[in-house]
Structure formats: C-alpha cells, structure tokens
Design a protein around this ligand. Sequence first.
Ligand code: ZN
Length: 247
Amino acid sequence: MRYGVFSDVHGNLEALKAVLGHFESEGVDAHLCCGDLVGYGPDPEACLGLIRSLKGLSVVGGNHDLAVAGRMDLEWFNPYARTAAIWTRAHLSRQALDFLEGLPLRVETSDWTMVHGSPRKPPEEYLLSPAQFQDCRSYVKAWPLFMGHSHMPLAFRSSAAGTDVVFLGDREESAAMEGGVPAPAAFNPGSVGQPRDHDPRASCGVYDTKTRVFRIARLSYDYRLVQGKIREAGLPEYLALRLEYGQ
Ligand code: ZN
C-alpha cells in the first residue's frame, strides 16, 4: 500500500494541484491529509472540493480548520491568522463549514496513526524535539505516526539507542522494525501551501507500507499567481510575501 501524505494546504490551490499531480504520477493507493486544509490562502472552497474527492481519503482537522468552523477560540491566533480565519469563514459554503465541523482530531488504524500537531494535544502542540517525541510515545498505539502543523518536513525515530529528529528537506527516511514490531517513528510531510523551511516549493510525502520508506517530494508551482489572489482578496500582504521566501 502506498499513501500520498500531505498537510497544511491552507487554501493554496496551485500548490495543492502540484502535489496531487505528483501523487497521481506516483500511483498512490490512498491519501492521508494531516489537517489545516484552510486558513491563510485565497481558495479554501476549491481546495476542500479537491481534497474531498480524493480516493481512500483519511483526514484530521487542524487548528485553522477548527477555528474557521467555530470549534476553537481565535484568541490563540496571531493577527494574520485571525484575519485570514474570519475571511475564510465568510468565503465558505455551508456544506464546506459542515465538513470542517465534522473532522476528527485523530485517526488510528492497525497500521498507522494520524494527528495534526501531536498525539498528546492533536490540534495545538508542535512536535519538534526528540525529548517531546519520546514524551508523547504513550499516546500512540500504531506506528508510524503522521502529523503536520510545524510546516517542516521531519522524521522522528526512537530505538533502544535513543531518539532523534531528522530534517528531511527533499529526502527520504525509513521506519525501522524492532523485535518484529514497528519501532516508534513519526513523519511530517511539510506544508503544501505555506512551507516554512526557506524552500518555497510545495512539500508532500509518499509512504510505502512494504518498504516502510517515507519519501519527501518538493514541487514548484506558480506562487506569484497565488500572491495575486491573496492581494485581490484583501488578505494581509505578509501572507503573500511569505510564500516567496518559504517562511
Ligand atoms: Zn498549518
């Protein structure tokens, strides 16, 4: 089974199309979306439509999805995120809002687990350090764990030798077995619509359950077109600029 894993689309339709084109050329069997489908970007409705049509889709809600749906307080957001969440809510259909309202915070199967941020506090906590990963291990039943939220392509691995975190950039990493069972590992595919690792290309991953390899792909897209749409929509200028710098 090969999964197309993606996260933090944030209403960026051009970046999403690049990623879905990659998944199609890879012939993935199913899709895992780790949340934050909307917020920041100018095309929330179109992105939701495309994501919902994907085959074998499993999806969790991110903090932006919850805020737009009225399930999380906007007080926690910075001014850019707050402005964008209010704009997004005003530009979504009732049907789209109902979909966001119904999103689960965690999906668990016998082969993997998926959350937006961390398994301990799914929509809010950023999983970034080895110590934190080790501390969160008891909240996961089936490895690997897939998550997003930090907008950084990362791999976490734990074994008897210790715990480490690897910045993936555009590389691959594999999940190890230990004593016949999957060793704790977590993969973050980075962000489709607003990468923050100083590489403006859209980020996503493909996970193969047979080889246990998670491979990141970085895809160029027309971010200038998205910048134009952000400006036309009257969203904050910073949201347009950051796409160019990947931050
Ligand atoms: Zn996000």
